[in-house]
Design a protein around this ligand. Sequence first.
Ligand code: SF4
Length: 372
Amino acid sequence: MLDFGVYLHVPFCLSKCPYCDFCSFPGSTDDDRRRYVGALIREIGERDFPARRATSVFFGGGTPTLLSVAQFDALLSMIAARFPLSEDAEITFEMNPATADREKLRALRRLGFNRVSIGCQSTDPGELAALGRAHDPGGFFRAYDDALAADFTNVNIDLMYGIPGQTVASFGKTLEKIVSLSPTHVSAYGLILEEGTPFYARQKQLALPDEDQEAEMYALASSVLTSAGYRHYEISNYARPGCECRHNLLYWKQGEYAAFGLSASSHIGGVRKTNVRDLAAYLADPVSSVAEETVIKGADAEYEYIMLALRLNDGIDEDDFARRFGHRFDVAYADKLAPFRARGLILSDGRRTALSDEGLYLQSALLRDLLP
Ligand code: SF4
């Protein structure tokens, strides 16, 4: 059975971080959340998605843990009614510190959630303040302890590097502290200055690490985490063997998933459908809230597959590529790959073609050369 995922977007946060361009809003009221959950329940019940068996469910955001346990319960029950959950389904929610205490986490565990992803970003108080995060390091450590006490054995910690004021040494300290907690999964993303955010507008005033320092931080994350037994399975993601995020792997492997809520994107039958980002429009008609529909086929499907698969340490499975597109990647792109091979940035063993560690860091630049 092929994996099939269900994503649900919760766009509320305690405050808006100045670097964030996700679809998320601060200052929601009980009534805002009640109306949004009502709309989600309508959308899940009435959208024309096929009734597939779900192997993963992901409540992302925003900050899903701003919802109540009863709201989580209603949403997960509705999802399970539309998409029967496989016995070993990975069921994740994202949380930020100070939005769920131990008791709430226990209740979520009892509902069937078996994975939690905690937004930490850094264990340095100055760096968290520079990021405008709503928590301090103590809040993160409490949240992590609470997740363990609530019997979550599969926990992801989100980190960030390239933070204003951050140094390679301070990032190293954060990594050490995270490794000492021994989570099953760590994500480490470089800060991106997204157009339209306050950080983008005042980038000249931010004491950002330079490109070389950022490259050092990336390499440091890779060496510290792999030495501690994590597998660097995707550019920005590390997992204990067997704890790779099943849901996110669907995105990187061009798998199929249904998605609900503001700005959520589904991918089924080669068609990507993305919902509106306008909360009022979504609440008014959640069932017809698709703002964009793209048929991904031919060369577009092939380029997208290459772009996503080359994020993965496993790279491109040549048999799968040939089955989908009628030719092997390493043969069809041999001329373009040659200079990268010569520099050791891309490796093939006949079965798979993948970027080397150095190649992974340079992935975006490489893709610009590789693809038309
Ligand atoms: S908590 Fe996450 S989703 Fe919410 S504003 Fe901050 S970065 Fe964005």
